[in-house]
Design a protein around this ligand. Structure first.
Ligand code: UT7
Length: 342
């Protein structure tokens, strides 16, 4: 059975920086101090109108593929994690495949392309699919992407402040490749609890209704604000996040016989710096091993972990031979952990 290694990483964030003070300037009743104190977020990036999620994913994917020493035509599968795809269907995976130039010409490669809809845990769910395909010998190289365009779908008024201050746009990507060398992705452990599906959700429509979006007298669909914007019971999410993230990390350690002290780097989903500090304190993890970039990007949902990995590789904090733990929790509720020998 081949091993599944992460052979390349990439990331991209759009250039437009939006600070907490910028949110105040557009009329949201908040303060820089409130947002930093509760979340650690200082700024985030917003994509310009006209830019889609697969557009953000494209440079991240190209970067990861090039760093793996590959071309797009070497890929056997694309797994695209996002909660903000360009359209309801098809998913962003096929759009990315086309933008990578894989659909025509001498270099065409009409490999499978799928979307994963698991929100903040989406990258780890996607990693599970990719590493399983590689370990089963069904794929040699799989592109795994986490990308989000949140800025198009946020209530940028005071009413929506609890949610909108948290999120930003961005994309991260890794290539998972078959290898004979032991190590790589040691395992990925997933969990979900559907009793909490509506604690953090964005409805947009109700498929039980006819039509599924109410129409006005001109036949134009009218989406109510409560359906248009993400709804969240923040305190409930926070409480479950710390509990499930601790358990998910311990599950990965038990399954592999790893002492948490032997983990070199912790890449946690970036939802709130306080959540990650709470997890680190509870488990006694040294602060200098826990990566944060939420200050600069906010919560980019499926993109947070691959962006962290790519940045850490570039700034030298993530080196070959290290044991890396990844943990995520989010809407669903869903969660996951993964241990990787880099
Ligand atoms: O990726 C996974 C998904 N999300 C998460 O993991 C988020 C988890 N939850 C959280 O991180 C926290 O619940 C938040 C940071 C979102 C909110 O912090 P909190 O301490 O739970 O605040 P709260 O929602 O209980 O609100 C406390 C007060 C309220 O005012 P009153 O009712 O006490 O007068 C809010 O209206 O803070 C107010 N508030 C704000 N004030 C200034 C809420 N948002 C803001 C804001 N600026 N942006």
């Amino acid at each position: 059975m081949p091993y599944a290694r992460i052979s390349g990483t990439g990331f991209y964030v759009p250039p437009r920086v939006v600070t907490n003070d910028d949110l105040v300037r557009i009329g949201i009743d908040t303060t820089h101090e409130w947002v930093v104190q509760r979340t650690g977020i200082e700024q985030r990036r917003y994509a310009d109108e006209g830019v889609g999620t697969s557009d953000l994913a494209l440079p991240a994917a190209r970067d990861a593929i090039a760093r793996a020493g590959l071309r797009p035509s070497d890929l056997d599968l694309i797994v695209f994690a996002t909660l903000s795809p360009e359209m309801a269907f098809p998913g962003s995976g096929v759009l990315l495949q086309q933008k990578l130039g894989m659909c025509d010409g001498d270099d065409a490669k009409l490999c499978g392309a799928m979307d994963i809809r698991n929100q903040c845990s989406g990258f780890l769910y996607a990693l599970k699919v990719a590493s399983s395909a590689v370990k089963a010998g069904e794929a040699r190289h799989v592109l795994v992407v986490g990308a989000e365009t949140h800025s198009a779908a946020m209530d940028l008024s005071t009413q929506g402040r609890t949610v909108s201050m948290l999120f930003g746009d961005g994309a991260g990507a890794v290539v998972v490749s078959a290898s004979e060398e032991p190590g790589g992705i040691l395992g990925t452990w997933l969990g979900a609890d559907g009793r909490f599906a509506e604690i953090l959700c964005q409805r947009v429509w109700d498929i039980r209704k006819r039509p599924f979006i109410p129409l006005d007298e001109h036949g134009v669909g009218q989406v109510q604000p409560s359906h248009m914007w993400a709804q969240m019971e923040g305190r409930t999410v926070f409480k479950h996040a710390v509990e499930k993230m601790c358990l998910a990390l311990m599950q990965a350690c038990w399954a592999t016989g790893t002492d948490p002290k032997d983990i070199d780097l912790f890449c946690f989903h970036q939802a709130n710096m306080r959540i990650n500090q709470y997890v680190a304190n509870t488990l006694g993890l040294p602060e200098d091993k826990v990566l944060h970039n939420i200050q600069r990007y906010g919560n980019t949902t499926a993109a947070t972990i691959p962006i962290l990995l790519a940045e850490a590789e570039r700034d030298g904090r993530l080196k070959r031979g290290m044991r890396v733990a990844m943990v995520a929790f989010g809407s669903g509720f869903t969660w996951g952990s993964s241990l990787v020998d880099w």
